[in-house]
Design a protein around this ligand. Structure first.
Ligand SMILES: [Zn+2]
Length: 131
């Protein structure tokens, strides 16, 4: 963050973007990441801005249960070779990123970013049809 900038958590913003929502419970929202690392990149985020260390075992366990369900859905829908799970610390969230052998393109290596051919709202639609 730079001086004079106001900070707004990306996860707090994303859980309010209804067109990328996939699933919701009292404590968690699942959404398609708007800037995906790969096809099928989803996020399971706590509905409140709470640090992973302060979330509590009961809430963390609920998140883990939803994570397990969506790992199964990612495997069924996308059939990846593997899955990366990333845990956000400042705002408890689990990223689920499907991976395939050779999925790093030359654009990523040369320009430092990746082109993903599936829109986040299409990812959300794929999951909604299977939840
Ligand atoms: Zn937040």
């Amino acid at each position: 963050m730079f001086p004079g900038q106001s900070y707004r958590c990306d996860i707090c913003r994303n859980i309010s973007e209804k067109d990328i929502h996939i699933y919701g419970s009292d404590n968690f929202t699942v959404y398609a990441h708007p800037i995906p690392f790969n096809n099928g990149h989803i996020v399971i985020a706590l509905n409140r801005h709470v640090n992973v260390r302060d979330a509590g075992q009961h809430v963390f366990s609920e998140g883990h249960s939803i994570l397990s369900k969506f790992i199964g859905l990612v495997r069924r829908i996308y059939n990846p070779h593997g899955i990366n799970i990333i845990i956000e610390e400042d705002h408890l969230a689990f990223h689920v990123v499907p991976r395939w052998v050779g999925d790093v393109s030359f654009i990523s290596l040369v320009h430092g970013f990746k082109v993903v051919p599936q829109l986040p709202r299409d990812v959300a639609r794929s999951f909604k049809e299977n939840v």
